[in-house]
Design a protein around this ligand. Structure first.
Ligand code: GRF
Length: 188
């Protein structure tokens, strides 16, 4: 069975790309039914177009409230029969409206070994701290910031001093772990 998933992203979209490629070549038994982007013009929109994935790019400022755009998104997800929402660099906290509609079916990827280094600058924070083992976490989304139940983690050992090299290593691990974890969730 081919599941229908949605990906939410705000920027570059390399994790979107990893999931889309895995859908295209059959490693994921899924189709990305919708890509949601809160930054019209973000590079992830070009990636979605290249994969023929329907995109809803919106400006939060043009809505009266978070619950207004989240209600519209929840309706779009339901209409398309989406069973799993994958946040992939979506730089916005999921509010009660979406959590009520899709709670327990929204997952997020974070570039650190939670609960260490939550927040938007996890790689830089861990690097400045001087950790020797970095990593990636995939977790359920609840009403806390990066605090939902952990589904999977992968370590990234690194003792060098080049943050660009480190970021590239972490992103490679993210792409592999996200595809493997979504496959595992869908197959169960
Ligand atoms: C990733 O590091 C992800 O873990 C974090 O945001 C970044 C998104 O990167 N939540 P990309 O847009 O998928 O390239």
């Amino acid at each position: 069975m081919r599941h229908r998933i949605a990906v939410f992203a705000s920027g570059n979209g390399s994790n979107f790309e990893a999931l889309a490629a895995a859908c295209d070549d059959g490693r994921l038994p899924a189709e990305i039914a919708l890509m949601i982007c809160d930054k019209p013009g973000a590079y992830v929109c070009e990636r979605a177009a290249r994969h023929g994935v329907e995109t809803f790019a919106f400006s939060p400022r043009s809505y009266a409230s978070k619950s207004a755009f989240e209600a519209e998104i929840a309706a779009m997800l339901r209409e398309r029969g989406v069973s799993l929402v994958c946040l992939a660099g979506y730089m916005r906290i999921i509010g009660p409206t979406l959590l009520e509609a899709y709670g327990g079916r929204i997952i997020n990827i974070h570039p650190a070994l939670l609960p260490a280094f939550p927040g938007a600058h996890a790689i830089r924070d861990a690097f400045d701290y001087g950790v020797k083992v970095y990593g990636v976490t995939i977790h359920y989304v609840d009403d806390t910031v990066d605090g939902g139940r952990i589904i999977a983690q992968a370590p990234v050992p690194y003792e060098g001093s080049d943050i660009d090299e480190l970021e590239a290593m972490i992103h490679r691990t993210e792409h592999r772990l996200y595809v493997d974890t979504v496959a595992r969730l869908l197959n169960n």
